[in-house]
Write a protein that binds this ligand. Sequence first.
Ligand code: UDP
Ligand code: MG
Length: 197
Amino acid sequence: MTGDSSQKLFKVVFILGPPGSGKGTCCHAIQKNHGLIHLSAGDLLREERQREGSEVGALIEAHIRNGTIVPVEITCMFQAMRAAGDSAKGFLVDGFPRNQDNLDGWKRQMSGKVDEKFVLFLTCPTDDCIKRCLNRGEGRSDDNEESFRKRIDTYNSQTLPIVEFYKKQGLVREVNSGRPIEQVLEDVERVFTEAGF
Ligand code: UDP
Ligand code: MG
């Protein structure tokens, strides 16, 4: 424990992997089985984009379409964790931190407040990822071939170094998600059980 001992640390598991690797799908299953709170950075940004009167909606949409990453000050991760409060058993932080700016902002706001358990790193061949994104029918403005290519470029150049950063700390648990969902979830389940969830 660091800091004020009366303050409970937020338990956090990060979920990272390329677009279409199944981060959200795995989080839904884990959240149900383990009572953890799923916070998708992308979903939070899409909510803010839809909010009437949002001053950053257009900026968020431009980043989403372009596959680039919104400045961390706008990503509502910290507020969302605080809003969930002390009763939360832990958080599944899905799709964050995805670049150095995200990681720096996270550390600025959360150091001493979180217990980072591990990073679930989903790996999946790009061809499968693109098929999944183009076929999932969620009507997302970035689920088209052009945006997908940009998202993959951003992922390779900016997110993989963040995975490396956590790998050096021995925190990365890798699961091959380019397989049928039952097999993926079985491995994911094992990772959480081994971590004491
Ligand atoms: N995004 C962002 N910061 C985040 C998470 C998401 O800027 O912390 C933006 C980014 O433009 C990304 C998009 O939201 O491409 C969709 O993110 P999401 O995690 O929903 O989808 P993914 O590309 O991982 O399938
Ligand atoms: Mg997602």
